[in-house]
Design a protein around this ligand. Structure first.
Ligand SMILES: *Cc1c(COP(=O)(O)O)cnc(C)c1O
Length: 385
């Protein structure tokens, strides 16, 4: 098996798994308890929180633990907007559904949401952002790196514009964390979402960075855990695993990014030189090191994925979350792709455990499979396959 869907989820590191185990077995106390079981659990959470903070150069008290990236995004958007008299939120057309769906809900609640357009490479229009901010704007939420095409936004510039206009800035950094260095202080961001399972940690755990002095309305109420911001007994084992994953991601960031980039670049250069009628999508100059996104004309991406799966290769047409709903990628549509281009799209996202021989094997199988699919394609004569 060759797993090339690391933007959807990643393998949990063995060291992460080992560090989690005691919290299922011996150290099962409730972190809110006063006895030593409780204190041990509570201490483990704070160690993890410190490690999560360190990965993005935040302070420990600026990290809110959540059930994952989706909840972090929801907390940021609802938390800011519902407590604010200002009525407007600015985001982009290419956000993950974990931003777009809360936006739709906010629109139902009477808030005004502006969606920034993007160019062919998936870059937002900075001028448009400047012109969209009004006295009514409470929050700007623009993703750091896109999950389908890997495009990295000019986040620091967005943060500066928000600061000039006294508007809060949130970024969904879930695809960027662990792949490119992130320093929340240097960027000047107010809120930033992270997810554990995209960086070789367990699923169902994430964090929201909340800059000191930024206030949000909590929306999970109960026992008052997480400073009253998110009630519910903490998922100690997952938190510990997430902390370890962040620690490892920080320690090996440069090496990891270089490894992923070398795999991705090898794969891409072979595909471009050995397969015809292909385009490489996203901002090739400025994308996450693990992302490769292609359009193969005359091929149906879903047929391709099924064929690849038969050969033991796991890839994707785009966002894992949209596949089940069977709708065309809103990201590629916003980038101005035609229906045919969207249909022929394939996302390959490499991970830390992939190897160069796996890339070669993938290209060999892709060549064969695409040739087969094109030989029966309705576009056969149009392109002269
Ligand atoms: C995976 C992902 C999410 C959702 O995170 P979960 O932890 O799976 O809830 C949100 N945004 C982006 C960009 C993602 O890639």
């Amino acid at each position: 098996m060759i797993y090339l869907d690391n933007a959807a989820s990643t393998q949990v590191h063995e060291e992460v798994f080992q560090e989690m185990l005691p919290y299922f077995k011996e150290q099962y106390g409730n972190p809110s308890s006063i006895h030593r079981y409780g204190r041990l659990a509570s201490k483990a959470i704070e160690t993890a929180r410190k490690r999560i903070a360190e990965l993005i150069n935040a302070k420990q008290n600026e990290i809110l633990l959540t059930s994952g990236g989706t909840e972090s995004n929801n907390t940021a958007l609802f938390g800011v907007m519902r407590q604010n008299k200002a009525k407007q939120l600015i985001t982009s057309h290419i956000e993950h559904d974990a931003i777009l769906e809360p936006c739709r809900q906010l629109e139902k609640e009477g808030f005004d949401v502006i969606y920034l357009p993007v160019n062919n490479y998936g870059m937002i229009d900075i001028e448009k952002l400047k012109h969209s901010i009004t006295k009514e704007t409470a929050l700007v939420s623009v993703m750091f790196a896109n999950n389908e095409v890997g495009t990295i936004q000019p986040i620091k510039k967005v943060a500066q514009i928000c600061k000039q206009h006294n508007v809060l800035f949130h970024t969904d950094a879930i695809q960027a964390v662990g792949k490119i260095p992130i320093d929340v202080k240097e960027i000047g961001v107010d809120l930033l979402s992270i997810s554990s399972h995209k960086i070789n940690g367990p699923k169902g755990i994430g964090a929201l960075y909340i800059r000191d002095g930024t206030t949000l309305d909590p929306f999970i109420l109960g026992g008052g855990q997480e400073n009253g911001m998110r009630s519910g007994t903490e998922n100690v084992a997952n938190i510990v695993g997430f902390g370890k994953a962040c620690h490892l991601a920080k320690e090996h960031l440069g090496k990891n990014a270089a490894h992923m980039k070398s795999l991705r670049d090898h794969l891409t250069s072979r595909i471009v030189s050995e397969i015809s009628h292909v385009s490489v999508n996203g901002n090739v100059e400025n994308k996450t090191p693990n992302n490769a996104h292609f359009t193969f004309l005359g091929v149906n991406g879903e047929d391709l994925i099924i064929k690849l799966d038969e050969f033991g290769i796991a890839a994707s047409t785009g966002s894992a979350c949209s596949v089940k709903t069977q709708k065309a990628s809103h990201v590629l549509m916003a980038m101005g792709f035609s229906h045919e281009q969207i249909t022929g799209s394939l996302r390959i996202t490499v991970g830390l455990y992939n190897t160069i021989p796996e890339m070669d094997q993938t290209v060999d199988i892709l060549k064969k499979t695409i040739q087969e699919l094109r030989s029966v394609s309705p576009f056969k004569t149009k392109y002269g396959f």
